[in-house]
Design a binder for this molecule. Structure first.
Ligand SMILES: *[C@@H]1O[C@H](CO)[C@@H](O)[C@H](O)[C@H]1NC(C)=O
Ligand SMILES: *[C@@H]1O[C@H](CO)[C@@H](O)[C@H](O)[C@H]1NC(C)=O
Ligand SMILES: *[C@@H]1O[C@H](CO)[C@@H](O)[C@H](O)[C@H]1NC(C)=O
Length: 499
């Protein structure tokens, strides 16, 4: 290669580099605005009696009779009545699935534990969002020996396009018990309560200890009566939130949060004895907690030589399975740069994985470590942050369609999200009762949804970066609480560290 050729090559190289830098610079996102909106979304998902402080005002009270009329054969449960009012609708329907509700609460709490110091005035709202979750998880576990896992008939509900305020489909409640266990849902509730107890410790010590006490009790129940709610509740949870990855991961995950909250050696021993059951190092979401366990425990044991190594190694493997330049990468990326894994609601992977990257980057930086992925690929903490930031920017509009995937953020965003409340005329506009069938007209309408579910992040584009914005296409157009919950922490960080 001659000198001129080499010079041209270097020049072209720097021009490409320059244009990449310019492009990333031309996207100026208002992370603070996105943060406020990402939290506001949770108010739109509220079930039960809404408080006077409710800010999404097209939503009203709903499901005020939940738990009032129980059918014993449904839930291995002898009581006739229990207060199950409140909680969150997980997505665009009106069922309360407590397994993903608990995971979303855990992730909101983790967002505050790690990044609450960057939230400013939004910290108060983030804590309210956690509190709405914990109040419900306390109700779902109020009777020793039982844990409520589902409220609402998912088949009847999914056949109706109806506002939550009008719901007239049956509202059975399904519990797991000692004889019909559900260790995944119970342990995830324990994790959520333990993580939330850390959040409340600073603001409300009494409430914090109450959460922690319940977490300990529910964890004991989950551990002592082992089994999957798949088997105990069957078609009421599968195929909706079927537990594919088993309950072993939730048990260790709950133990890790309980160790973080109590520092009791019992939980550390438990982790050490059961960690061999946690092997899907590349997975993290409402079903599999594995990569989250490794990242969380790496931090807890950062300065101890005791059993810290396998967690670090597995957390490193997770990073190397996600980084696009890594020889062991096992996820895909769209041409526009969005992380992809098979299945619907892909944006959940972009937000949960990015969250773990940000948290782990912080730990690595403190420990002054980098990750060797092989083939001379070294992942530094700043590389991890850049990946997370790229995913967040994509969600906010730095993508080939120049489209934000957060409702109400930026000039272009999804207008026909798969969400009953958002797509039907609100009670303010149309106070009369609308029944199950009346909603079909609005479901099929080509018009934008009348009510903005501000802050909702949808399942997102396909792997070619295109998006059809169709209500019927729920795999892409439905928002969920577990897409948003980790995003809350990410946006808080980038709000205070924009470059
Ligand atoms: C739950 O059910 C699904 C679908 O039937 C199955 O693939 C999975 O292995 C089950 N999980 C457990 C822990 O039993
Ligand atoms: C580990 O030690 C470092 C330096 O001594 C300290 O800054 C850090 O907070 C410690 N981390 C934990 C998790 O204890
Ligand atoms: C997105 O914005 C860029 C930069 O402003 C522009 O060049 C491009 O044509 C836009 N793409 C679409 C699909 O609007």
């Amino acid at each position: 290669m001659g000198l001129t050729q080499r010079l041209v090559k270097v020049l072209v190289g720097s021009i490409i580099l320059l244009s990449v830098t310019c492009r990333s610079r031309s996207w100026k996102h208002d992370y603070g605005e996105a943060l406020s909106k990402s939290i506001l979304f949770f108010e739109g998902q509220r079930s039960g009696k809404l408080p006077p402080t409710q800010r999404i005002i097209w939503r009203k009270d709903s499901a005020l009779q939940d738990g009032a009329l129980l059918i014993p054969h449904h839930n291995h449960f002898s009581h006739r009545k229990v207060d199950l009012v409140g909680g969150y609708y997980d997505a665009g329907d009106n069922v309360k699935f407590i397994f993903p509700m608990a995971f979303s609460t855990t992730m909101l709490a983790w967002s505050v534990v790690e990044f609450g110091k960057f939230m400013g005035p939004d910290l108060k709202h983030a804590i309210d969002a956690i509190h709405w979750g914990t109040e419900y998880l306390l109700k779902a576990t109020s009777i020793p020996g039982f844990v409520f896992a589902v409220v609402g008939d998912p088949y009847a509900d999914h056949n109706c396009w109806q506002r939550p305020e009008d719901m007239d489909t049956p509202r059975p409640a399904f519990a797991v018990s000692r004889d019909h266990p559900g260790s995944e849902v119970s342990a995830e509730i324990a994790a959520a309560l333990a993580a939330s107890s850390i959040v409340f410790r600073k603001f409300h010590i009494g409430y914090s200890s109450r959460l922690l006490k319940r977490a300990i009790m529910v964890f004991d129940f989950a551990d002592k009566y082992r089994g999957s709610y798949n088997d105990s509740l069957g078609r009421w949870v599968c195929p909706f939130y079927c537990d594919f990855s088993g309950y072993q991961d939730e048990l260790v995950w709950a133990a890790a949060w309980l160790f973080k909250a109590t520092r009791l050696p019992y939980y550390l021993d438990y982790i050490g004895q059961n960690i061999h059951n946690v092997r899907n190092f590349g997975e993290f979401g409402w079903d599999s907690k594995d990569a989250g366990i490794n990242v969380l425990v790496s931090k807890l044991l950062m300065n101890s030589s005791f059993i810290s190594e396998p967690f670090n190694l597995n957390a490193n493997k997770f990073v190397c399975a996600v980084l696009p330049e890594s020889p062991s990468v096992s996820v895909s990326y769209s041409p526009g740069g969005l992380l992809f894994k098979p299945g619907g609601s892909n944006m959940q992977h972009a937000t949960t994985f990015s969250f773990l990257f940000m948290v782990y980057a912080g730990y690595l930086k403190k420990a002054n470590k980098e990750i060797d992925c092989g083939n001379k690929v070294i992942a530094s903490p700043s590389r991890l942050k850049r990946l997370a930031r790229g995913q967040v920017d994509y969600i906010l509009g730095s993508n080939p369609l120049n489209m934000s995937y957060m409702v109400g953020y930026g000039p272009k965003f999804p207008e026909r999200i798969h969400h009953r409340g958002s797509s039907l005329p609100s009670v303010n506009q149309q106070p009369g009762h609308m029944d199950c069938e009346e909603g079909s007209f609005y479901f099929g309408s080509p018009n934008p949804n009348p009510n903005l579910l501000v802050g909702a992040v949808v399942g997102g584009p396909d792997i070619k970066d295109s998006y059809t914005d169709s209500r019927a296409d729920y795999a892409h157009s439905e928002p969920t609480t577990y897409i948003n919950a980790p995003l809350v922490g990410l946006l808080a960080y980038f709000k205070s560290n924009p470059s």
